[in-house]
Design a protein around this ligand. Structure first.
Ligand code: ADP
Ligand code: MG
Length: 259
C-alpha cells in the first residue's frame, strides 16, 4: 500500500472575528496517499481555502494533527516549517501570484533562492521547468507579456522547480476560460502520471472529474469522499467505483457528482 503523503486528524481552524471565534474548519480527518489525484469541492465559504492553506503550511491549525510525509507539522517552528514546505510541496494559486517585474525564468527560480541554490543551478532548473510547461521561449519575458493560461503554467513550473512530491492548487482554473482550463488540467494529469500527488480545489464538476477522488466540504466539515479513479466523467456519477458517504448522509443528488 502506498504511504500517506498527508494525514490530518481532527483538524480544526477558528478565526478571531469581531463577533468572536469563527470555526471555519471543524474536525477534518483525511489521508492522501502517494500518487493520488484528489479534488476538493464545496460551496464558497465551506472552508476549502482554509484547509488548503493548512495543508500548504501557510497557516497553522487551532486544533488537530497534520502529518506531512510522516512528520507532525501542526505545531512545528516557523523556520522548520518553511524548510519542510519548500522541499516537499509546490503551491499553485488562483491568481497565479507571479512577481510582475521579474522575468518568467526568475519567477520560476524563486523557490530555489529560498532553498539556497547558486545562480547557475537556479537558471538551468527554471529553464527546464519552463520548457516542460511549453514556455521556454518566453524565459526572459515579463508576466504581463503572456496570457492568463500561460501565467498559470509558469506558476505551475515554479511549483515544480524544487521537484516536490506534492502539488497543492487552490482553484487554479478559477480565472481561466474553459479551453485554457482544460489545458491546465491536462498538465496536472501528466504530472500525476509522473507520480506527483495532486490536491486541487475547484467548485466546477467538470474540473473535479479530472481527479481520481472527490472530497466535499460543507460548513467547515468534510461531508463526502468518493473514489472515481480515472473513468470518464459522464455527468451521471456512473464510474464511481467506491463511495464513502458519512454515516446518515445519503449519496448526494442520488448519485449526481457534487458541484
Ligand atoms: P472557501 O475557500 O471554501 O470559499 P474559506 O476557507 O476561504 O472558504 O473560508 C471559510 C470561512 O472562513 C468563510 O466563512 C470565511 O469568511 C471565513 N474566513 C476565511 N478566512 C478568514 C479570516 N482570515 N478571518 C476570518 N474569517 C475568515
Ligand atoms: Mg477559497
Amino acid at each position: 500500500m502506498a504511504e500517506a503523503v498527508i494525514r490530518v486528524a481532527g483538524l480544526g481552524k477558528s478565526y478571531a472575528t469581531a463577533a468572536g471565534l469563527f470555526p471555519a474548519l471543524r474536525g477534518v480527518d483525511l489521508t492522501i496517499k502517494t500518487g493520488e489525484y484528489i479534488a476538493i469541492m464545496g460551496p464558497s465559504g465551506s472552508g476549502k481555502s482554509t484547509f488548503m492553506n493548512l495543508l500548504g503550511c501557510l497557516d497553522t491549525p487551532t486544533v488537530g494533527d497534520y502529518f506531512l510525509t510522516g512528520e507532525n507539522v501542526a505545531h512545528m517552528e516557523k523556520d522548520a516549517l518553511a524548510k519542510l514546505r519548500n522541499r516537499t510541496l509546490g503551491f499553485v494559486f488562483q491568481g497565479f501570484n507571479l512577481l510582475p517585474r521579474m522575468s518568467l525564468q526568475d519567477n520560476v527560480a524563486l523557490p530555489l533562492v529560498y532553498a539556497g541554490a547558486d545562480k547557475e543551478t537556479r537558471r538551468a532548473a527554471a529553464r527546464v521547468m519552463l520548457d516542460k510547461v511549453g514556455l521556454g521561449q518566453y524565459a526572459e519575458s515579463l508576466p504581463s507579456r503572456i496570457s492568463g493560461g500561460q501565467q498559470q503554467r509558469v506558476a505551475i513550473a515554479r511549483a515544480l522547480v524544487n521537484k516536490p512530491r506534492l502539488i497543492l492548487a487552490d482553484e487554479p482554473t478559477g480565472n481561466l476560460d474553459s479551453h485554457t482550463s482544460e489545458e491546465i488540467m491536462r498538465l496536472f494529469g501528466e504530472l500525476n502520471a509522473e507520480g506527483i500527488t495532486i490536491v486541487l480545489v475547484t467548485h466546477e464538476p467538470d474540473i473535479a472529474a479530472h481527479a481520481k477522488r472527490q472530497v466535499r466540504f460543507l460548513d467547515g466539515e468534510l461531508v463526502s469522499d468518493q473514489v472515481t479513479d480515472s473513468l470518464p466523467f459522464n455527468g451521471m456519477g456512473i464510474g464511481a467505483v467506491e463511495t464513502h458517504p458519512p454515516p446518515g448522509l445519503p449519496l448526494e443528488g442520488g448519485g449526481v457528482p457534487p458541484c
